[in-house]
Design a protein around this ligand. Structure first.
Ligand SMILES: [Fe+2]
Ligand SMILES: [Fe+2]
Length: 149
């Protein structure tokens, strides 16, 4: 699998988890469990993405502006996650903030799939895209352990 397929698989999982979370209510076991899985996966995904795909794209003049934009959206997502972690789940504000996070992340993933991947195919050749897929997987595991610890 190349890096695009791996990223898309993660994105689809994030979309599904977010859909499930908006259907939960209050400070429930289910909301707690799903949010924990989602937050850890989104954080390690973004970090590994920056260490693989974006670290190559920042090297090319053509893809620098898009890379900076994507990285700033990672920061936005991580700020939302911090806000959610420090808000009581039984507070109605939690779901309102979660929906803003969902909109922002949906937008970000769509942009990656539509614009970033296309740009990247001009800059990174097919063999490199496969190697980056394996590297992404490895980096994500490391990041996941770091987020857990
Ligand atoms: Fe991203
Ligand atoms: Fe992504």
């Amino acid at each position: 699998m190349n890096i695009y397929q791996k990223l898309k698989t993660d994105h689809d999982r994030h979309r599904e988890l977010m859909r499930q979370i908006v259907d939960t209510s209050g400070d429930s076991e289910e909301r707690r469990r799903l949010f924990e899985v989602l937050a850890r996966d989104v954080e390690s995904h973004a970090a590994a993405e920056e260490q693989t795909l974006y670290s190559e794209l920042i090297e090319s003049v053509e893809s620098q502006p898009q890379t900076r934009h994507s990285v700033s959206e990672h920061k936005e997502a991580s700020d939302y996650l911090e806000e959610l972690k420090s808000t009581d789940m039984s507070n109605p504000a939690w779901l309102m903030t979660f929906k803003k996070f969902q909109d922002a992340l949906e937008h970000h993933m769509k942009e990656e799939e539509n614009d970033v991947f296309e740009l990247s195919e001009d800059v990174i050749d097919d063999d490199r895209a496969v190697a980056l897929g394996a590297k992404f997987e490895g980096r994500k595991e490391v990041e996941k352990r770091r987020v857990e610890g």
